[in-house]
Design a protein around this ligand. Sequence first.
Ligand SMILES: [Zn+2]
Length: 276
Amino acid sequence: MIVEFYGVRGSAPTPGQQTVKYGGNTPCTYIESSKGDTLVLDSGTGIVGLGQRLIKEEKDIYILLTHNHWDHIQGFPFFAPIYQFNRNIHIYVPPTDPPLYEAILKQMEHPFFPVPHDELHANVKIHGLVDHEPTMKLCNFSIATKRLNHPNGGYAYRIENKEGSIGYIVDNELDPPYEKATTWEEWVDFLQGVDIMIHDAQYTQDEMPHKHGWGHSLIEDVVQLAKEARVGTLILFSHDPARSDEQVDELVRNLRKRTYDFRIIAAREGMCLSQP
Ligand SMILES: [Zn+2]
């Protein structure tokens, strides 16, 4: 199984000289099994680059959204396969508060975008997910869901096949000031033994007091969760828009001064991980 990162930045796109190394595109991750089964996770601006690759392939496209916040859907109007004839695109959307499964298409209505979704050439189908559904099968991946601690809700995913397992948890606040949709113990259980844990790690200790309740996690909490869940590799994801490459490097350097039983890597656009 291969995991490729096309967008790793939280909240807002941040192109510029300070973000050349880790990238400024908002979330999009691509998973491919050795048998060619594929999944797209989120549709931030990172999906634009992925689209340039996928237009050359003929297979159906499956997109799994974590939630409808704009930084997770804003790349879709510029995703080239939606303008191709005979292209099937399936989009899986969790329930949010308020519910709006079609948000990714609604953002294309006039006057926000010149091409409304009903004029797209591709066959785009929205599939609404519901709470308490048993583990679903999608493209030969087994996928379990867990509710995010995040304003307006959303889902985290645990994606597995015979080759390995991936936890994808963005955006999520492990210790929010409001009632938790998922407790610490439930996260530890949900992610137990996962090979690769991709988790929101947007804030430092200094920043958190001002941003408590915004729906993103403290980096130290994420590291502790990785430890208790006995993950293989922790990928720090959703870098803060104000975080420069140098600052991300420094964060990782400081974390690696301690010893862990797992690898810690900061997600970077263009990075590709192989599992196993
Ligand atoms: Zn969000």
